[in-house]
Design a binder for this molecule. Structure first.
Ligand code: HEC
Ligand code: HEC
Ligand code: HEC
Ligand code: HEC
Length: 341
């Protein structure tokens, strides 16, 4: 009897140890470091883990650029048959960009990922049609969203990183409609999802804010509560987006806000203004460029609701406050900067 109860005790202790390991797996190992990022006394500090930072540096390394090709000589539009966007480049510049695009999007598959090798002018592969629009999209970001990307800009690599489908994208979620269960519309809550760092927040904060333009602001603008019609539920949607923004950039809320008043624009970091433009830019990309391509893509690239993979903050940022830790690849590929359409 005694023997068997000690046996169970030992087993219990083992189980407890195992359970604590499982629960602690979600925590980061100390010591952490904190850096002041706002004015003194405002508590605007960033808590960073030097070990996860090392991984991020590796993830955000920039591939080497090939030497520039001469601008002289015949233009691509004079030599090739079906060049609709990049026609002003010299043949040398055009070929250099094709080689770079191949290494950014389809390094294993090569040119044939987009081309029929028997006829490079043909638009028979959807990947080529998509790429042409992606070139225009990249030019639009670089030319018309300098309020966000500055002169640093973006290239295909900022999102794709050597993969045909960028690793950080989002689809609409099929959250249970009204009447599917006794609680009613759960709005994607209590269904842990990485999109909101497993918090019990609406797990698709992207459809309303990065596709639609629902109001993000929820604080009252007057002292009395009567003027504020926002519900706790609406606030939870806003928090869902904010948690995503923080996680995508690897920062705390205080990177942008002085938490004395989340709604205030007066004593905030300039990054909050950048983020405001970033939200509008992501919306523009999703509505003007990606969604209109829906019919071009095959079914296996679509989500459960038939939509395409779309862009959010993580698509470019991948865990750091500036994509690729602030390095500009655009300066080596100036043809992706202009030609805004
Ligand atoms: C990720 C897709 C993609 C890959 C990979 C790619 N291309 Fe292209 N290619 C395009 C697009 C898009 C165009 C049309 C550009 C335009 O309309 O301005 C194009 C056009 C061309 C043309 C012009 C053909 C004509 O007569 O109209 C040539 C030549 C070409 N590519 C060569 C290459 C070579 C060589 C490689 C491999 C080193 C390559 N491409 C890899 C997307 C791609
Ligand atoms: C802002 C981020 C972003 C940038 C910049 C970007 N893309 Fe994309 N790309 C996406 C997203 C999101 C998809 C959608 C993936 C899906 O639905 O499967 C995509 C899809 C594609 C696909 C289809 C791949 C497949 O296998 O289905 C190709 C090809 C492509 N992009 C080429 C390019 C090229 C070439 C450039 C640069 C001129 C570029 N992209 C720049 C985000 C980006
Ligand atoms: C990268 C900058 C950034 C980070 C990080 C950030 N926010 Fe925000 N936040 C914004 C911006 C920009 C807005 C305004 C959005 C708009 O109106 O389009 C906003 C709005 C809000 C609002 C609504 C304010 C109002 O006027 O009603 C709340 C609440 C909020 N954030 C909370 C948070 C919390 C909590 C965190 C951390 C989990 C956080 N934010 C992280 C930039 C940021
Ligand atoms: C198309 C790619 C792309 C997307 C999508 C994107 N960003 Fe950015 N972001 C950039 C680039 C590039 C920079 C660097 C600009 C510079 O060098 O000043 C940047 C810079 C920032 C900064 C300034 C960081 C600092 O330390 O100064 C903030 C804040 C920011 N982004 C927030 C966001 C938020 C929030 C979202 C999503 C709503 C978002 N970004 C989506 C490309 C992107």
């Amino acid at each position: 009897m005694l023997q068997s109860s000690t046996h169970w005790l030992a087993r219990g202790a083992k189980l407890a140890a195992l359970a604590s390991l499982v629960t602690l797996a979600a925590c980061e190992r100390p010591p952490m470091q904190s850096e002041q990022s706002g004015f003194r006394g405002t508590g605007m500090v960033q808590v960073v883990n030097p070990r996860t930072l090392e991984d991020k540096v590796a993830l955000n390394a920039v591939p080497m650029a090939t030497p520039q090709a001469p601008a002289e000589g015949p233009k691509a539009s004079q030599i090739y048959q079906n060049v609709q966007v990049l026609g002003d480049l010299s043949v040398g510049q055009f070929t250099r960009l094709m080689v770079a695009i191949t290494s950014w999007i389809a390094p294993q598959e090569g040119c044939n990922y987009c081309h029929n090798p028997a006829n490079l002018a043909e638009d028979s592969k959807y990947t080529k049609v998509v790429s042409r629009r992606m070139i225009e999209m990249t030019q639009n970001i670089n030319a018309n969203w300098k309020t966000h990307v500055a002169d640093t800009g973006v290239t295909c690599y900022t999102c794709h990183r050597g993969q045909a489908v960028p690793s950080q994208v989002w689809f609409k979620t099929d959250h249970e409609p009204k009447g599917a269960n006794f609680i009613g519309d759960k709005a994607g809550q209590n269904s842990p999802a990485a999109s909101v760092t497993l918090a019990s927040l609406p797990n698709d904060p992207f459809t309303p804010f990065l596709l639609g333009d629902h109001a993000i602001r929820v604080n009252g603008t007057t002292a009395l509560p009567t003027g504020n019609r926002s519900s706790i539920k609406q606030t939870e949607w806003t928090y869902g987006l904010m948690v995503h923004m923080s996680a995508s950039l690897g920062v705390n809320c205080t990177y942008c806000h002085n938490t004395r008043a989340f709604s205030s624009w007066e004593d905030v970091a300039p990054q909050r203004v950048k983020a405001w433009h970033g939200i509008r830019m992501a919306r523009d990309v999703n509505n003007q460029y990606i969604t209109p391509l829906t019919e071009v893509f095959p079914a296996n690239r679509k989500g459960v609701l038939g939509d395409l993979a779309k862009v959010n903050c993580a698509t470019c940022h991948q865990g750091v406050n500036k994509p690729l830790l602030g390095a500009s690849m655009l300066k080596d590929y100036p043809s992706l900067a202009s030609g805004a359409k």
